[in-house]
Design a protein around this ligand. Structure first.
Ligand SMILES: [Zn+2]
Length: 140
């Protein structure tokens, strides 16, 4: 993995505004139940949405092979689209960086978060996801 050409992390104020706007907006009629998953590639963490974890794991292994990818877990939510969006905002707020980099798979990734090595854990990321799920359920 070649490391960051630049940091795509947005400012605290911008992220707070985006959260407020998203939290006030009605759910899209396209929103649907699904799973929010999280994995770690070396120092970088990725959270995403799927309705089939096994298939999504195969897709990641095929499209972006990584030697020591660790799948941390996943949580179900009835509103996977809004939840994924808010999870990304929440993780971006607490991360130390969101590198934009050319990956070995040929793509430019911007959707992975750096939490500064050992200072974070899968448990912490999963608890952020659980808090966002609860937040969304309390609103809708
Ligand atoms: Zn990749």
């Amino acid at each position: 993995m070649s490391f960051p050409a630049c940091d795509a992390r947005r400012s605290e104020a911008a992220l707070e505004d985006l959260w407020e706007i998203a939290a006030r907006k009605k759910l899209s009629s396209a929103d649907a139940p699904g799973l929010i998953y999280v994995f770690r590639d070396e120092e970088l963490w990725k959270a995403g949405r799927t309705n089939n974890v096994k298939r999504r794991i195969r897709e990641w292994e095929r499209d972006c092979p990584a030697f020591d990818r660790e799948w941390i877990g996943w949580r179900w939510t009835p509103y996977a689209n809004r939840t994924e969006y808010l999870v990304h905002l929440a993780l971006e707020r607490i991360c130390v960086g969101r590198p934009r980099f050319q990956c070995n798979c040929g793509r430019v990734h911007v959707e992975k978060f750096d939490f500064g090595g050992a200072s974070t854990s899968g448990e912490l990321i999963l608890s952020v996801i659980e808090m966002v799920i609860d937040f969304v359920l309390s609103k809708y």
